[in-house]
Design a protein around this ligand. Sequence first.
Ligand code: IPM
Ligand code: MG
Length: 360
Amino acid sequence: MDCRIVTIPGDGIGPEIVREACKVLDKVARVYGHSFHYKEVLMGGCSIDAYGVPLTEEALETARQSDAVLLGAVGGNVGNSRWYDVAPNLRPEAGLLAIRKGLNLFANIRPAYLYRELAEACPLKKEIIGEGFDMVIMRELTGGLYFGERHTEEVGGVLQATDTLTYNETEIRRIAVKAFDIARKRRKSVISVDKANVLDSSRLWRKVVEEVAKDYPEVKLEHMLVDNCAMQLVMNPGQFDVVLTENMFGDILSDEASMITGSIGMLSSASLNESKFGMYEPSHGSAPDIAGKDLANPIATILSAAMMLRYSFDLDKEADAIEAAVQKVLTEGYRTTDIMSEGCTKVGTAQMGDLIAERI
Ligand code: IPM
Ligand code: MG
């Protein structure tokens, strides 16, 4: 198979983790007889430095012409005045929002899975962890508060800021359909998270999700209020299979879910549109404090590359091979600093990439 992949290394640790993911993809290409053609574009702070904007039209267009996008991370220290003493729509993160919207990537899939080997790093008590957990957060990514009208004004001599939260039924339906499709292939449960006791947008969310559920009689649907969900995630994480939620709640809950897996350095994510096209990136940020020191954990990005093979290219066998290789290096006791524990072998970013590639 011939695939055109746009890589966006971005800022901070982005370039080094994307390098390792490409190393692993190249090994997959050799073993299974595929050709992956890469084209690199700038986004985030590096794009601000080069072009004065976090995402150029040209970069967006290049991404649009590709089969899939592999992203590292964008952003830096807020103290970096070159990137942050500018209007919000010119900061590094604005590039990320612009590419999500520009490519219509409305479905953000964030798996949160506890590796047996990393159970020690899980901050929850053993009796709460139980048999472990394996959930997928399905976050709506191009609507809600992130993209609503916003402004700051002075009203009667007092500053006032407004952000608006809007969802229409089409936006809700398409993300719900993705969630149920995924649940059907997993443990057949969807927990839809909202704030229907307060918000109109949540009441519409509930109504539309219930309509979609009728087409999936084999999948069990439950509704959960977002505050309760935040609590349940640390009280009984094993109850979650697919968690379906809107943009802002998904942002917050996915950080919480990733924390209980022990390391955010392990979590991949996929952002998809209606077709097979997607952007794949680790769930973590650009970690500028450890950039360039060979300390970053490349596993989240490598697993994101596996998701790319699975969702955009239908290369399930190859995706399985990457996931199995990651599992193998963990079983063999190799750890980057963030997941290091006693008796294990500490390795750097590049060596972790080598070890995983060798096992494919
Ligand atoms: C995420 C990040 C982004 C978001 C930021 C960087 C804008 O936190 O992908 O979860 O809020 O969506
Ligand atoms: Mg976030």
